[in-house]
Design a protein around this ligand. Structure first.
Ligand code: SF4
Length: 272
């Protein structure tokens, strides 16, 4: 049985060398981009908010939430958290997170939707005969008792807001909706909801059963491709600067050395 995840599939699509480093060679990188770090702390804080509300039957105050956020940031921060963008410091990202949480809190208070799970693990059987499964974690799962439908909530901390069409073809939450239907009933309506915290907006989408069946087939096809791949070439993209393996990637090292060389040559030209 092979277990896949949305992130494993996306990594293969983005760069096969990165896929090899992470999933075949199982190299664990010590470094983390500040964007990924911020995302983890914000997710943890929102998770804490809903768990605390459910345990104590009371909404935690904004001061308590900020205290949790700041403590978690301090606890997890270290020299391996890297800032890639020039001109920014850690404090800028810390403040960004404060704004995300404050805006979310003000907009969604009193958080009275019926949350039935946070960081909820789901496992989907793609093909019993081949034994391929996909697992994922839903940021927050909500049940709407009036409509007897489920909502999959996902928090995004990126500044980049994709076009609406992208949400109607997004794979990750569509996959999760297969898992939710397997758990609660195939006839259940499932709404996909993305919270773009930097923009303080939420975007919704849905899939038909036919679309979900097609998605399963497409994923199986991609898995077959992955499992028959023997060469894992690097793929240069704008994301390379944020790749945790760039210090060992031959293509990235070459790019950096070319940039350095060009800069040195230009400097020499000035002095000649
Ligand atoms: S630096 Fe770029 S090309 Fe190299 S492994 Fe990472 S994503 Fe792939």
């Amino acid at each position: 049985m092979t277990m896949y995840s949305h992130s494993k599939l996306s990594t293969f699509e983005q760069c096969q060398l990165k896929f090899k480093y992470r999933y075949l060679d199982k190299i664990i990188s010590e470094t983390k981009s500040i964007e990924a770090f911020l995302g983890t702390i914000v997710h943890d804080t929102l998770e804490w908010l809903y768990i605390t509300k459910s345990k104590e039957n009371e909404i935690p105050s904004i001061d308590k939430i900020m205290e949790h956020y700041a403590n978690k940031w301090e606890e997890d921060d270290n020299e391996n958290v890297l800032i890639i963008k020039k001109g920014l410091i850690k404090k800028d990202y810390f403040n960004k997170g404060i704004k995300f949480i404050l805006d979310y809190y003000m907009k969604h208070r009193p958080f009275d939707e019926k949350t039935v799970g946070v960081e909820k693990r789901i496992v989907i059987d793609l093909s019993e005969s081949e034994g391929h499964k996909i697992q994922g974690y839903i940021d927050r799962l909500v049940h709407n008792p009036e409509k007897d439908e489920y909502e999959i909530h996902d928090y995004k901390t990126s500044n980049f807001l994709p076009k609406k069409a992208k949400f109607d073809t997004d794979r990750q939450l569509a996959l999760y909706s297969i898992g939710v239907k397997e758990l609660f009933g195939k006839d259940k309506n499932v709404i996909l909801i993305w919270h773009y915290l930097a923009h303080n907006i939420k975007i919704c989408s849905q899939r038909t059963d036919e679309q979900l069946e097609q998605l399963k087939k497409d994923i199986l096809e991609l898995i077959h491709k992955i499992e028959s791949t023997t060469e894992f070439p690097p793929n240069k993209s704008a994301l390379c600067s944020w790749c945790e393996y760039n210090s060992m990637c031959p293509l990235f090292k070459k790019e950096v050395s070319n940039i350095k060389q060009n800069t040195e040559e230009k400097t020499l030209d000035i002095w000649d």
